[in-house]
Design a protein around this ligand. Sequence first.
Ligand SMILES: [Fe+2]
Length: 397
Amino acid sequence: MAFYQRAGSIPPKRHTQHRDPDGRLYYEELMGEEGFSSDSSLLYHRHVPSAVVGARVWQLPDQSAEANAPLLPRHLKLHQLFEGEEWKSCDAVRDRRLVLGNADVRISYVVAGTASPLYRNATGDECVYVESGTGVVETVFGDLDAGPGDYVIIPRATTHRWVPSGHEPLRLYAIEANGHIAPPKRYLSRYGQFLEHAPYCERDLRLPGAPSVRHGEHVEVYIKHRGDGPGGLAGSVHVTPNHPFDVVGWDGCLYPYAFNIADFEPITGRIHQPPPVHQVFEGTNFVICNFVPRKVDYHPLAVPVPYYHSNVDSDEVMFYVGGDYEARKGSGINVGSITLHPGGFPHGPQPAAIEASLGAERFDETAVMVDTFRPLGLGEAGRVSDDGAYAWTWARS
Ligand SMILES: [Fe+2]
């Protein structure tokens, strides 16, 4: 994020001595993107941030993705993936299951009931959407509360962990980039402030609370990083001599934050508005959009559901998280479903949904969409949750 924040204890001048009450120096760390040429923050640690006393391989969950062949639209039922009481022993990091992925972005799903280990994704930023349940994302910058409808944006290499709270399963839809995830550039001034036409602004973002120092010795940190495994990934576990959450203060423009989908102000019109009005974030070669409850098109002859469209340059992934998605009526889509509409395939409403939408004043639907500019493959969770019938629903209606 482009706007400056500060928390805790920092010295008045950067790169100068900063000491604790006993006179010991704090260790300054710059965490910055694009080789000192983009956003960064300075963090002040009680211990040496690069100290490691052990390391071993972390065998990542299956990251292989198979081609969508033959090319078909697909309906994936994510709620089938974690059945029974299995979720109670799952954590939000190690038990993620890959649904869809390509060289730019991976979409995984997990239902968590236990705290994750400390984790650092060194391959890119994460945007984790909370479908349901509550938890705390403890980070080196401070803690973030997370609940239904939150997007939690975690910059690359931020040490953090997910701790479920309450008794409900924590259902997470993890969008992992191989680059950075940020608000669309067109929403921002040339200096980075949200513009008036943007559907959300700085006030809607929730930042970590004050950094809290934790104590511990020989603490494990799970690291997902570049490697020669499926998806170009590998995993390692580092053992640090002291707890990595030892920051007494930080400042800068790089930090995790949360944004709730209910704070997205929909842009509507007299006739159908194109999907870019629903955009919430962008990454390298993909965008994230959301469809939220809204008044719909008010031209007297408007057709509120979308026209058929060939997204010739992208694969479209819709995750249905609330309400009844109007354009998919009659297709078997429910909350917890994903649809994949690949490039090279014109898609649109099930025919009965068009007539049914005429005269509607409001759609009470919530969905998160990821459009990728390179084709997506099916991960193991995508393959086992495929209903195998969605492709034929337009001809059947
Ligand atoms: Fe579409």
